[in-house]
Design a binder for this molecule. Structure first.
Ligand SMILES: [Mg+2]
Length: 327
């Protein structure tokens, strides 16, 4: 039985801005670039009261709350804080899977300080984050990643929620199916059409019947309804995924490629696999922007080319039918 934490900083970018500029505290703060195509990178809790959410077009956020303070993102500062919290995580376990600058899964089945429980590790980490960064994080403690992710959201902001193995079934039973990571609006509506509104109702369906309606994703739904998720915490190894190529204006002998080799050796890629595929352009752009934030080069670095790609494309019937990106 694993002990998994999901740690998630509260309104991370907006909280860093409010921490560093007292004039922003208590005010609706939206972190976004200026521009017609810009999307919201983060919104403070004050801004969320107006319905503003991450990945929403910035213009829409402005309409929802004309008094909101718009702040351009400063990823240098966010990355610095992210490194601090990463060090805290790694002092407790080497098994850390960062999902973005501000959230990560930790496998604390064994922990390096010999703390008596996963809950104690989570409380210690939250206290250390508060002390070191003056920011708050929420934590979920559970026997697997799927449940830990739900749990970290349960008492947000500045909260901790524990789902013990014996509580899994009772916890999940009344939960609306929309709380299952991966179940978006479309899948939720389809489940609703079948009379399945809660996880408890989902649990009464056989894998065979779920597969008839949801293809291979039906099997996953069957498992999640029982709180089963065997995905391990994957330690991030970005160096294993770096590759680069270029096409030359004209064919060249190998001996002439030395300068090009040096340029390619500086090419940088960052990739991220979200829990669920982006459902629309705004979400896709938000992921790309977050990846930009992970490029850890000096501020004065100049770039010649920028590319964005999608991978892990699969047949439609293997995923919940929520993705509107290519519809
Ligand atoms: Mg967060």
């Amino acid at each position: 039985m694993r002990k998994i934490l999901h740690i998630d900083m509260d309104a991370f970018y907006a909280s860093v801005e409010q921490r560093d500029d007292p004039a922003l505290r208590g005010r609706p703060v939206v972190v976004a670039w200026r521009g017609a195509r810009s999307v919201v990178c983060a919104a403070s809790y004050e801004a969320r009261r107006f319905g503003i959410r991450s990945a929403m077009p910035a213009l829409r956020a402005e309409r929802l709350c004309p008094d909101a303070v718009f702040v351009a993102p400063d990823f240098t500062r966010y990355r610095a804080v992210s490194r601090q919290i990463r060090q805290i995580f790694l002092s407790h376990t080497p098994l850390v899977e960062p999902l973005s600058l501000d959230e990560a899964y930790l496998d604390v089945s064994d922990n390096l300080h010999g703390l008596p429980s996963a809950t104690a590790v989570a409380e210690t980490i939250r206290a250390q984050i508060r002390e070191l960064t003056a920011l708050t994080a929420s934590a979920g403690v559970a026997p697997n990643k799927f449940l830990a992710k739900i749990a970290s959201d349960w008492r947000k902001p500045d909260g901790l929620f524990v789902i013990r193995p014996a509580q899994v079934e009772a916890f999940l039973t009344p939960l609306p199916v929309g709380r299952i990571p991966g179940v978006g609006k479309v899948t939720q509506a389809k489940l609703g059409g079948l009379g399945i509104d809660t996880v408890g109702q989902l649990r009464t369906w056989t894998p065979h019947d779920l597969a008839r309606h949801f293809g291979r994703y039906g099997q996953r739904l069957h498992e999640l309804a029982r709180g089963i998720d065997t995905h391990p915490v994957c330690v991030d190894r970005p160096t294993q995924s770096i590759s680069a190529e270029d096409t030359f204006a004209e064919d060249m002998p190998l001996s002439a490629l030395q300068p090009a080799l040096q340029v390619l050796a500086r090419t940088l890629t960052r990739s991220h696999t979200p829990e669920q595929p982006p459902g629309d352009l705004a979400q896709f752009v938000a992921i790309a922007q977050a990846l930009c934030a992970r490029v850890d080069l000096p501020e004065h670095t100049r770039y010649r080319l920028l590319g964005v790609g999608l991978s892990n494309l699969v047949e439609r019937d293997r995923l919940p039918p929520q993705s509107g990106l290519f519809d």
